[in-house]
Structures are given as C-alpha cells and as structure tokens.
Design a protein around this ligand. Structure first.
Ligand SMILES: [Zn+2]
Ligand SMILES: [Zn+2]
Length: 243
C-alpha cells in the first residue's frame, strides 16, 4: 500500500488485501467505497416511473397516478408491494448471474447496493420493519450452490439498515428450475413449497422479505402467504432486480 493511501475502515482494509479495489465488472481501479466504476454503475438499468405499485413492472407512457398492472390486478398477491430499483438486464443480470451461479461471492456487494436502493422507494421509505427474512433455498440446493444468495443479501441489508434478519422460512420441495413453467404451473409447483421454521416466530411482526430477482412474483407471494398465515402483520418484498 502506498504511503499516501487514505485510511480505511479496518474491515474494508482487510478485504482489500484479498479483493483489490477494482470495478467488479470491468476491473478499472475504483474508490475504496465503490464496487463498480461510475461508467458501469450508470449502465445499470434503473426502473423509472411509471411502474406498477404492486410489482414494480415499468411501463412506457406518462401515467402519473398510482396504478397496478393488469397482471397484478388479476391475481391474489400476499405481499403489499414488491420493490425493485433495477431491471435484471445487461450489467445487472450479468453480475447477479455470476454472483449466484459462478460462486463469485464478492459480487454480493454491488448486488446488495442495488437491493439497498429499494429502501429509498416511497413504498418502503420510513416504514419500520421488525424482521428481514430471505426467501429460502431447499437445503439440497443450498449445499449444491454453497450459499443462499437471498440470505447473503438479506444479511447485508440487515446490517446496513440495522434491522434484525432471521431465516424464518424453509423450503420443503426441491423444485425443478422454474423457468420451464408457465405461470399456472409455477403456482402449483410452489404450493406448500415453504413453511415457517420450527422456533421461528413472526406473530405481530412487519416483515421485509428479500430475494435476488423478482421474476413473476409467485415465490415472494407464496412466502408472504406463509408469513401472514403465521401471524405477520404485513409483508413487503424487496429484490435487487426484477425481470
Ligand atoms: Zn466498470
Ligand atoms: Zn404489477
């Protein structure tokens, strides 16, 4: 380290021994507080209004009032709102994919940054959450992958926002990859896929449910249903990105 290097927070300084401060996407040097360079950050496709108040799906046009999309209007969703600040496209999709399937654990940092931006959304801002809960992976899938990406993200958000995190849910079925199913099949595939963990208590709590990406919202809705059936007062969801 050069003599005139700025003082670092101890953990970040330690981490920088293993992960030199380079942009996680294009490897140009970055400031110690950043994980992506400015150019790469700006490539991340941010969701801008108008978007569905329930599932954050953006629309073209100039609607200014709050609305729910046709997709949300025609089904029962058990969360109050699922908030994402970015679309899962381009650099966002690529980094989440490498984090999740390429075992590039250090990429949880830029992904957690995108997730944390949801806390500035008016649907979440100023709300008090008693508990942050990650969408669980089936234990066999977790062993296979080595980690639950939603849990790592929930943990990061919990630390930043000073809200307790607990693995309150468990996944019972090792379901096949969801992408091969249409929406009705996904719903059936998910039914009774989750339950409250033994000794987890969510009664009377306001829960913030976390996943990496929202695809159809079915998984988040099914988790929210289980949490509310167990007595949670409300369930909001936040993801790093949405399809
Ligand atoms: Zn870059
Ligand atoms: Zn919607």
């Amino acid at each position: 380290m050069s003599k005139n290097a700025r003082p670092l927070k101890p953990l970040r300084a330690l981490a920088s021994l293993f992960y030199p401060p380079l942009c996680a996407s294009c490897s140009v040097p970055v400031d110690h507080s950043a994980y992506l360079c400015r150019e790469c950050s700006e490539k991340a496709p941010r969701i801008r209004p108008p978007f569905c108040a329930t599932c954050s799906e953006p629309f073209d046009g100039s609607i200014t009032e709050t609305f729910s999309c046709a997709n949300c209007a025609h089904r029962v969703l058990h969360f109050t709102a699922a908030v994402a600040a970015y679309r899962s496209r381009g650099i966002v999709r690529q980094i989440i994919h490498e984090f999740k399937y390429g075992k590039q654990l250090h990429l949880r940092h830029p992904v957690a940054d995108w997730l944390a931006e949801t806390l500035d959304d008016p649907r979440l801002q100023g709300r008090r959450f008693d508990l942050v809960v990650p969408v669980p992976l089936h234990p066999a899938r977790k062993r296979e992958r080595g980690f639950n990406q939603a849990e790592l993200l929930a943990d990061a958000l919990s630390a930043r926002a000073n809200m307790p995190m607990r693995n309150a849910l468990e996944r019972l079925r090792y379901t096949t990859t969801q992408t091969a199913f249409d929406r009705t099949e996904r719903m059936e595939n998910l039914h009774n896929a989750f339950r409250l963990r033994k000794n987890a208590n969510v009664r009377g709590l306001r829960v913030l449910l976390i996943d990496d990406v929202l695809t159809t919202g079915s998984t988040l809705s099914e988790c929210a249903r289980v949490l509310k059936a167990a007595g949670a007062i409300s369930v909001h969801a936040a993801t790093a990105a949405r399809a």
